[in-house]
Write a protein that binds this ligand. Structure first.
Ligand code: CTP
Length: 325
């Protein structure tokens, strides 16, 4: 069957390892390049573990985890599994995408060739701004060295502009999520569709460090179990977290199951009264009884252990990316 190639369907591909707000930001910007948003679609091609290992070094998160995480980003219409590392025009044609969108960094294959040279040569490549300050390499570095963001530093907290940007709905434009800062009792971002309403909201509280498929599955379960409720995520910042508050908040906001975020909720009943019925997720509750689910095995500690167990390999990977441990 021939698929019509359309400028209203864009292709973004990548490894999506430790899927973070830099990846989500690329999808959101790509989504906004679609000229007719109500009809537009974003196809997200994700490489296999084997392709990534061959071209750049082993990923931390496994193929199935990376596919599912990319699919949960609000601006992704569909994940295409086993996407080739080098993006050729025929592959875009196959999925009806006129353009591929990529951050403004050059991605090369194992031989050092630009993975997008062919699509660039025929004008089917669009560039978006890479998100400054977040990368898989840096997250691995923090795990290997114990380095942490200074909580008081400005760049550890999301700016208002970032919160507004990542609160967009799935067309990349509509105002979708609400953000409330409990410390300053202020609604920072408001949505077109709802105001915090305790009678129809479910509040899920945690620190959401290394935001992963275990967390996302819990949010999905909440969404499925309470289809008429708004899913509000309370993000705490009192632990020694590997990811900064900014990284955790922007990752959570990018998740398609989330309608609102409260920064630094406290657990007093007043918060519940203001923001909805409380469903508390802590790492112990993440262990699900369904053995095929992500939350049956994936926790922050499992991810840290994966890196620790192959410490030398990840040190080499980071060195290849220009970062010394
Ligand atoms: N990307 C971005 N900002 C970042 C990291 C990635 O815009 N901070 C974009 C990339 O430019 C690409 C997409 O996200 O368009 C998928 O990137 P991917 O291949 O998964 O990762 P890397 O570019 O290698 O990023 P990282 O080092 O974080 O793995």
């Amino acid at each position: 069957m021939t698929v019509m190639v359309s400028a209203n369907r864009v292709w973004v591909d990548g490894c999506f390892d430790f899927t973070h707000h830099g990846h989500a930001g690329a999808l959101l910007q790509a989504r906004r390049t679609v000229t007719d948003p109500p009809l537009g679609e974003l196809y997200c091609g994700v490489h296999t573990d084997e392709a990534i290992t061959l071209n750049k070094g082993p990923p931390v998160m496994h193929t199935r985890e990376r596919y599912a995480h990319a699919a949960s980003i609000r601006w992704c219409t569909r994940v295409v599994e086993d996407a080739p590392y080098v993006t050729e025009p025929a592959w875009l044609d196959r999925y009806g995408c006129k353009f591929v969108v990529h951050g403004d960094d050059i991605t090369t294959d194992a031989q050092g060739y630009d993975c997008y040279q062919e699509v660039k040569d025929i004008g089917r490549f669009k560039m978006v701004k890479r998100t400054y300050g977040v990368s898989t390499t840096d997250i691995i570095h923090r795990i290997l060295t114990g380095a942490r963001c200074d909580k008081e530093a400005n760049d550890c907290r999301p700016t208002l502009e970032e919160l507004q940007f990542y609160s967009r709905g799935n067309d990349g434009f509509a105002k979708h999520c609400q953000v409330f800062d409990r410390d300053i009792h202020t609604l920072l971002v408001s949505s077109e569709t709802f105001q915090f309403d305790p009678t129809s909201s479910l509040l899920i509280v945690g620190d959401f460090d290394l935001f992963h498929m275990g967390h996302i599955e819990q949010l999905q379960n909440a969404r499925d179990g309470y289809p008429n409720s708004k899913i509000i995520v309370g993000i705490q910042d009192d632990q020694d977290n590997i990811m900064s508050l900014k990284e955790r908040v922007l990752s959570v906001l990018s998740c398609c199951y989330v309608d609102g975020v409260i920064l630094n909720p406290d657990m007093r009943a007043s918060v519940v009264q203001c923001f909805g019925e409380l469903l508390n997720i802590d790492s112990a509750e993440l262990i699900s009884s369904n053995p095929t689910s992500f939350s049956s095995y994936l926790t922050k500690q499992v991810i840290v252990d994966r890196i620790e167990k192959q410490r030398d390999l990840f040190i080499t990977r980071n060195k290849n990316k220009g970062m010394n441990v």
